[in-house]
Design a binder for this molecule. Structure first.
Ligand SMILES: Cc1ncc(C[n+]2csc(CCOP(=O)(O)OP(=O)(O)O)c2C)c(N)n1
Length: 337
């Protein structure tokens, strides 16, 4: 079955697009560069067998994590998936402890217990990745409910793929969040494939965002490769949630450059389709925007890339020379004392 054609073309974002300060645009660009370098270099390290487990690459989807997390406060919550490194970094997890966690090292952010799919940093509101498709969505709903119970104005974000939007957990959480008016963003990164299955083979509805209608909440399709469009949509949805107006579903149309996991030969999609999406690369687009607006120079942008490249390389060096966890500590934190 061939996938139904889907374009990155987006409808109007949830809210008005306002001018974003150059300093904020630079932050977003540098964060996307950091994620891209991190994904590139971790792919290479994994292919050399330098660390165990899996790599589910986030290459190509950088604008989604950065656009949404740029609209959040430090004390807001996020819950992510098996493809969560971009979200960890975008929400502020430090690079070196994050990479050490991927390598399963004692100085990883979770002491090497989380690995690729289960890193967390509650102090930054990062409540964790999740290896169960759709499993994180109810956690984020609970986090949003805790904000209501605590009388705070925090919001929570559930990141997930379009495959997860076919899980019962997505529908149950959306119904509850709508009925209880929870401060929650459902952020679906629609990268067209769940493992090897095109969305058209598992859903007659092309736009996940339209599922919001059934629960009485706003749903918007956004160009997930345009970080400024993602940021504008997220900012409006966060403001809605914080003001007590309830949840929003954002569907970010995007594409993963790599396979489902490192080593996937991608027989289920065409090289032409891959090239079409690479032409809409989120970093190239923001780079072009920065230059066309005369916000910065080509040489400065190059120097930022080199800087991020060096920082990621240095973090990988730290991970390679870091100790493994003490086997005697394997059961720590499993049981409450
Ligand atoms: C409940 C459950 N079913 C199946 C799997 C196997 N699995 C892992 S990732 C994945 C695809 C998920 O697709 P999507 O939600 O679109 O996220 P993406 O991988 O595209 O980021 C599947 C089926 C799983 N981990 N959990």
């Amino acid at each position: 079955m061939s996938p139904r054609k889907q374009t990155a073309g987006a409808k109007t974002p949830v809210g008005p697009v306002r001018t974003v300060e150059p300093g904020h645009i630079f932050q977003m660009y540098r964060k996307m560069l950091e994620i891209r370098e991190c994904e590139d270099q971790l792919n290479t390290a994994f292919s050399k067998n330098l660390f165990p487990g899996y790599i589910h690459s986030y290459l190509g989807q950088e604008a989604c994590a950065v656009g949404v997390c740029s609209a959040l406060r430090d004390d807001d919550y996020i819950v992510t998936t098996h493809r969560g490194r971009g979200h960890y970094l975008a929400k502020g997890m430090a690079l070196t402890p994050m990479i050490c966690e991927m390598f399963g090292k004692a100085n990883g952010i979770c002491g090497g217990r989380g690995g690729e799919m289960h890193a967390a940093d509650p102090a930054l509101g990062i409540l964790g990745g999740n290896g169960i498709v759709g499993g994180g969505i109810p956690y984020a709903t609970g986090a949003a409910y805790s904000a209501v119970l605590n009388g705070s104005d925090q919001v929570a974000v559930a990141f997930f793929g379009e495959g997860a939007s076919n899980q019962g957990s997505f529908h149950e959480a959306m119904n509850l969040a709508a009925a209880w008016n929870l401060p929650l963003l459902f952020v679906c990164e629609n990268n067209l494939y769940a493992e090897m299955t095109p969305f058209s083979a598992s859903s007659r509805q092309v736009d996940v965002a339209r599922r919001a209608e059934g629960y009485g909440i706003p749903g918007e399709v956004v160009d997930g490769n345009d970080v400024l469009a993602v940021y504008a949509a997220a900012e409006a949805a966060v403001a809605r949630a914080r003001s007590g107006a309830g949840p929003t579903l954002l569907e970010l149309k995007t594409y993963r450059y790599g396979g489902h996991f490192q080593g996937d030969p991608c027989h289920y999609r065409t090289r032409e389709e891959e090239a079409e999406w690479r032409a809409r690369d989120p970093l190239i687009r923001l780079h072009a925007h920065i230059l066309s607006q005369n916000l910065s120079s080509e040489s400065e942008l190059d120097s930022w890339r080199e800087d991020q490249k060096a920082q990621v390389a240095a973090a990988i060096e730290v991970a390679l020379s870091s100790p493994d966890p003490d086997p005697n500590e394997a059961l720590s934190f499993v049981y409450a004392s």
